[in-house]
Design a protein around this ligand. Structure first.
Ligand SMILES: [Zn+2]
Length: 228
């Protein structure tokens, strides 16, 4: 019997909505139901950003367990069954990782975003480095602008269609800095975050069950076609 990757209980899926939608899920129904999937496209600092989870305490704990407790096994939880839909929508895009602090990466022993995408066999580009370890939470508004000066592009390659991915968007300053650095080097840039701050949540943007089922059905057909 498979065990849930998050709570380590026997991974028995019941007859809930989540088990139906995530019937090959690697975490159990009760763990999955802790997290709010709410696909949302919002504007921040002039950028259009897509997010899929609401960044609430449960998601925060999951991310902390993964990143700060070095629980690498959790890497595939985040996109899970949404992976196929992601691959279809962004199949012509090069995935570019938002920069993470090298110090933390060294302590952790892995790049948390890279490992997530590696676990689905999705190639990523690590183009940026953070110069100093600036914790955004500790910065005031003006200081946050310094993030723009704190991120450097490692490679100068010309890119076509790029999807910038991050784990959480709160202020949006990191995405903004990236957009400025990539603007001249890419034909098209899109922005994607796993989770977004509740303040960007729109009440009418919740993805309906009908729509999920349509996407799921469409995904199946596309996946067959693409042999994913
Ligand atoms: Zn569980």
């Amino acid at each position: 019997m498979n065990r849930c990757l998050y709570c380590n209980q026997e991974n028995i899926h019941g007859s809930s909505l989540f088990s139906y939608l995530f019937n090959h899920d690697i975490i159990c129904d009760s763990c999955r139901s802790l997290f709010r999937i709410k696909r949302n496209v919002f504007m921040l600092n002039g950028l259009k950003i897509e997010g899929i989870y609401v960044y609430d305490d449960n998601f925060k704990n999951l991310l902390l367990q993964y990143k700060e407790a070095n629980d690498e096994a959790l890497a595939p939880i985040f996109l899970s069954e949404l992976r196929k839909d992601f691959l279809i929508r962004y199949r012509n895009y090069q995935i570019v990782l938002a920069p993470s602090s090298k110090n933390k990466e060294n302590i952790r022993g892995f790049n948390h975003l890279k490992l997530m995408f590696d676990s689905y066999g999705i190639d990523t580009l690590d183009l940026f480095e953070k110069m100093n370890n600036v914790n955004q939470k500790d910065l005031v508004f003006d200081d946050r602008k310094k993030i723009l000066d704190n991120i450097k592009l490692k490679k100068e390659n010309k890119l076509k269609k790029v999807l910038v991915v991050d784990d959480v968007v709160t202020s949006g300053y990191t995405m903004l800095a990236i957009s400025k650095l990539l603007a001249e080097k890419c034909d098209e840039i899109k922005y994607f975050t796993l989770a977004y701050n509740k303040k960007y949540e729109k009440n009418n943007s919740s993805i309906s069950l009908d729509l999920i089922m349509k996407i799921k059905e469409k995904s199946k057909n596309y996946c067959k076609m693409l042999k994913l």
